[in-house]
Design a protein around this ligand. Sequence first.
Ligand code: NAP
Length: 260
Amino acid sequence: MMDSQRCVGLVESMTKRVLILGGTGEARQLAGALAEHPGLHITLSLAGRTQNPAAQPVPVRVGGFGGAAGLAEYLRSERVELLIDATHPYAGQISRNAAEAVQAAGVELLQLRRPAWVAGAGDDWRDVEDVAAAVEALGDAPRRVFLALGRQEVAAFAQAPQHVYVVRSVDPINWPTLEHATFITARGPFSADEDEALLREHGIEVIVAKNSGGSATFSKMEAARRLGIPVLLLKRPGWPDAPFVESVEEALAYLEKRGV
Ligand code: NAP
């Protein structure tokens, strides 16, 4: 008869350890869909930026790994066999680290790349290289600007104090040098009607945003379309070369096909 320690060891050896890099709705949904899979042990990793992160359906670890080398070390020590990079399309650094770490640790990688929004009739979207280019594109004349950006990006707009800003972010931004600014702390999804009302209320003339893709934050784009407001979209950082899918459903199908 097998003793209990050997039995636990055998079950563990049959269980595939998966690490999901998260911070997105897709990561949470994917973790939820895989949570009850008997052959998988899922851990979700968050950067720890958000003060009140959403509840997650699987065990969570929080905080940076210490670059690609730190992540590779984590993959080895935790005996991770599959890394799923389901981070936000603008979280370029962690995606580069993930691609480098799997090489070093000999681990399989799957990226979940959320597709970008594509402009349709009535949209006035202008791509800008980065935040500095967005500041430049606002021009010299004072304008009323809606910034749908995070703390790191907003700082650059202090260079253009002639504009009036409305800043909406998930976490509070304390940026005293941005003089003429209203700060709104809110987490999507929002509705297009709400966003249209917000843009009207503040007399917004131009929006600066990320092409995040997905439905949770598209409302401002829909509202901009209705009101004929131009949107400056920051360029996406791009993804390192690796196998990828574009939705949670595709990820589940990919894993099933591979016998995971
Ligand atoms: P980033 O610039 O690509 O990453 C910076 C550093 O943060 C990484 O080098 C890593 O630190 C740590 N990190 C990032 N994501 C992590 C994760 N899931 N688990 C553990 N450590 C992580 O990332 P970011 O743009 O600051 O985004 C941070 C997190 O917020 C990501 O998880 C992302 O999915 C989420 N998010 C980002 C945006 C956005 O617009 N950027 C929007 C919504 C959600 P070490 O090098 O020390 O490992």
